[in-house]
Write a protein that binds this ligand. Structure first.
Ligand code: GDP
Ligand code: MG
Length: 422
């Protein structure tokens, strides 16, 4: 059969159109699908995700049904998929979606209204990497009233309840026993010496609040564990397990990702004040404590190692205990928040090191994290498995100014494979 020239052209065009349509529908399997699936197998498994639907929660009053139905959330949960974890300790904590249950815990962020821009991206990362599956609450605290812009953005981003609290002015001001003139002289001197935040009053209120009060705020009283988050922090990796559950099931009281040396000029008398306290209250010193992590001479002096408190996952009940309360009161009476510039990080750390058993302190290697200027990038295979985007060479853990190497040695733990190359 012979066709005319125009008919041949139409037939040829039709064949091409059918071919292109089939290609778009992905029917033509002889193209390199196999290769593509292999790639997806590594980074995004093709089987339906057990995390795809949201869990029944024991705290059903926390649920926001309208939110869980939102296309944003369902897309995220599908896309993240189940993640295989080589580390068997963590694998047991990766639960199928129907078994996701919250523990009694909350995120907490102290922030100014002006911090919302820097905070929004951080919240979004935590939600995408973890909380959109669990919907933990998020408590925001401020020494001023939060404005409507802050509340609107935070509420939009948090998958659990976003809750906003104001700090009582009595907890964000000079206590009556502090000599404000002496404190002003100290600030002037520290300014001369160019000590970071040395001349700031608000920074001192902040450190004192984080040391002694945030866990007593009425909103925080409802919870047993907290995860502290600061504006501009970054979370580099998937978190396919529930860190709060690890705290509960492994009986941990304090969790960290970065440890480092404190500026000596900010805490000259903190160690002596701490020693005096424990001499008066030996009953608060834990038996199997971490003295050798914070002191290189059996407790005579402080080696300045501390856990970096801008990231913390810890027990509120521990901070509300008579032991910690008494310790904070002794420090507050000594006035070092204002006569020096004591940070909440060394204070939480000294308390954790001395009042907790060493096995109650936990290093979260799996949680990739950045707070300027330091990075914790998981060492070892985990980095790929958890889809981290940090660079191993940026990992601070094994560098000279970090104390994490010391922590591993102190705990008698082997450092993760590959640490020498970082
Ligand atoms: N409401 C309030 N929050 C503050 C104030 N100063 C610091 N913060 C918060 O306290 C935390 C620590 O402060 P930041 O400036 O990040 O200190 P750095 O991490 O030590 O450099 C962050 O969550 C801040 O948003 C303040 O004056 N008011
Ligand atoms: Mg910060």
């Amino acid at each position: 059969m012979r066709y005319s020239r125009p008919a041949r052209f139409v037939l040829f065009a039709l064949i091409w159109i059918v071919f292109i349509v089939l290609l778009l529908q992905n029917r033509l399997t002889f193209f390199s699908t196999k290769q593509r699936l292999n790639f997806l197998d590594v980074y995004r498994p093709t089987e339906p995700s057990p995390l795809a639907t949201f869990a029944k929660s024991p705290q059903s009053s926390h649920k926001k049904p309208t939110q869980s139905a939102s296309p944003i959330h369902s897309t995220l949960s599908h896309e993240q998929g189940p993640i295989k974890i080589a580390n068997p300790e963590r694998a047991q904590h990766v639960k199928p979606e129907e078994q996701l249950e919250r523990v009694n815990a909350t995120f907490v962020t102290l922030a100014r209204n002006s911090d919302i821009g820097d905070l929004a991206g951080t919240i979004k990362q935590i939600e995408d990497r973890f909380n959109s599956r669990y919907k933990y609450d998020w408590v925001f605290l401020n020494d001023k009233e939060f404005d409507s812009n802050f509340k609107r953005i935070a509420t939009r981003l948090v998958s659990g309840r976003a809750r906003f609290g104001k700090i009582p002015s009595s907890q964000w001001s000079f206590p009556s026993h502090v000599d404000v003139e002496k404190a002003a002289n100290v600030r002037a001197e520290m300014k001369e010496q160019k000590i970071i935040y040395g001349d700031s009053i608000s920074y001192r209120h902040m450190c004192r609040y984080q040391s002694g009060f945030f866990f007593q705020h009425p909103l925080m009283m409802e919870y047993e564990y907290y995860w502290r988050v600061e504006p501009s922090a970054e979370f580099y990796c998937d978190i396919p397990f529930d860190p709060f559950r690890i705290m509960v099931e492994e009986k941990k009281k304090y969790g960290f990702v970065i440890s480092l040396l404190e500026y000596e000029t900010t805490v000259p008398t903190l160690w002596n004040t701490t020693k005096t306290f424990f001499k008066q209250h030996p009953e608060h010193l834990a038996k199997d404590n971490s003295m050798d992590f914070i002191s290189d001479d059996g407790g005579y002096s402080y080696n300045l190692c501390h856990f970096w408190s801008n990231f913390e996952i810890a027990s509120l009940e521990w901070l509300r205990s008579p032991a910690y309360t008494a310790y904070f009161e002794a420090l507050d009476q000594a006035g070092g928040f204002f006569y020096e510039r004591w940070g909440d990080a060394p204070i939480h750390s000294l308390a954790a090191a001395l009042m907790l058993r060493r096995d109650e302190i936990h290093f979260f290697n799996e949680i990739g994290y950045y707070h300027a200027p330091f990075t914790h990038c998981p060492t070892g295979k985990m980095k790929d498995e958890l889809r981290c985007y940090c660079e191993s060479k940026e990992n601070f853990d094994w560098k000279g100014y970090s104390c994490t190497s010391k922590w591993f040695d102190f705990m008698g733990r082997e450092k993760p494979d590959g640490y020498e190359d970082e």
